[in-house]
Write a protein that binds this ligand. Structure first.
Ligand code: ADP
Ligand code: MG
Length: 316
């Protein structure tokens, strides 16, 4: 109880957080006690946070359950704290087969930090899974993953969210036949907006996954997620080969540079109609689908429903 009240207080104290439209943290029954959470090994690290595998061992006999725990790095700021809070509040609203399941939050009596507890997916992200399991994954499997990502995204959109960080590194593998979207760290609600989200802090954005309108106008539409899906589909069809990764390919195309210079050059290349190439061995039909995600104007892009029916047609 006290823990939850403190979470609410953190939210209220931080002017960067807009509490309106947020679910009340106080209603959450899923509190994990920090003292029962045993760290096993790191699972991954991003810009702001880290994810660790832990055993929640409330009986103290090692029979507890394995969970994935996301926390902030020690040097994190108030903005980052509020981002993790927002991520928690987003994830707990979502319930779909192709979205990583929220389990709860952890906090300790008197502490000021908190963590996000989610289900643990032992096979990691597509970025680790695909290159290591290439021999047993054929194109049908890749297309199944692509369709499942679209189904998760269609649901996310139906809940008025824009993901803003769709990429192979953020799609987790439950089994050979099931993938789930994770990492809602940049996800924004567009409920009270005009169908798009305007970026307030530019941060370190995944520019090579971003559509022109995101790079130029800092506006994110549902169709901007479709563009990022196209880049994710490209990654999937390369089996996440790092030599063929979007940053590697775009850097070859526009030359290496840093910061705003990269964005400027990337935008010029995209406006000149340049796109990622067809991955080796990728059927033309799939490349056409990718390109329909990369139409310059958001209005001309295919949507997730359209993608799902295209993938269904390809199944037979
Ligand atoms: P960040 O916001 O720091 O990018 P992510 O949520 O993307 O954090 O997690 C970083 C990495 O940790 C992922 O790419 C994945 O490899 C691993 N990971 C994250 N969540 C889980 C999970 N629930 N189960 C297994 N591995 C995970
Ligand atoms: Mg991530």
């Amino acid at each position: 109880r006290a823990v939850l009240q403190r979470l609410v207080r953190i939210e209220e104290e931080d002017p960067a957080i807009d509490s309106s439209g947020m679910p009340n943290v106080d209603l959450d029954p899923n509190v994990f006690e920090k003292r029962f959470l045993k760290r096993i090994r790191p699972l991954g690290e991003g810009h702001f946070g880290k994810v660790e595998l832990c055993l929640y061992d409330s009986r103290g006999d090692r029979t507890g359950e394995l969970v994935a725990v996301k926390s902030l790095k020690s040097e994190s700021s108030g903005v980052e704290t509020s981002n993790l809070l927002r991520e928690i509040n987003t994830m707990r609203e979502l319930l779909h087969e192709n979205i990583v399941k929220y389990k709860g939050v952890s906090a300790e009596e008197g502490g000021t930090t908190f963590k996000l507890i989610m289900e643990y997916l032992p096979m990691g992200s597509l970025k680790e899974y695909l290159p290591h399991n290439k021999p047993k994954i054929d194109h049908n499997k890749l297309l199944l993953y692509a369709k499942q990502i679209c189904e998760g995204m269609e649901y996310l959109g139906s809940q008025n969210y824009i993901h803003r960080d769709l990429a192979a590194r953020n799609v987790l593998v439950e089994s050979e036949n099931l993938v789930k979207i994770g990492d809602f760290g940049l996800t924004k609600s567009i409920k009270d907006n005009e169908g798009y989200y305007r970026v307030k802090e530019e941060q370190e954005s995944p520019v090579f996954w971003y559509a022109p309108e995101c790079l130029v106008h800092l506006k994110f539409y549902r169709a901007s997620d479709v563009w990022s899906f196209g880049v994710t589909l490209y990654e999937i069809m390369t089996y996440c080969d790092t030599k063929k990764s979007p940053p590697a390919m775009f850097s070859d195309m526009i030359g290496r540079s840093q910061g705003q210079m990269t964005v400027t050059r990337l935008v010029s290349a995209l406006e000149a109609g340049r796109r990622l190439p067809c991955p080796t061995g990728c059927p033309e039909k799939i490349y056409i689908l990718m390109k329909s995600c990369w139409e310059h104007s958001p209005d001309h892009r295919i949507d997730f429903q359209g993608l799902i029916s295209e993938f269904q047609k390809l199944e037979t």
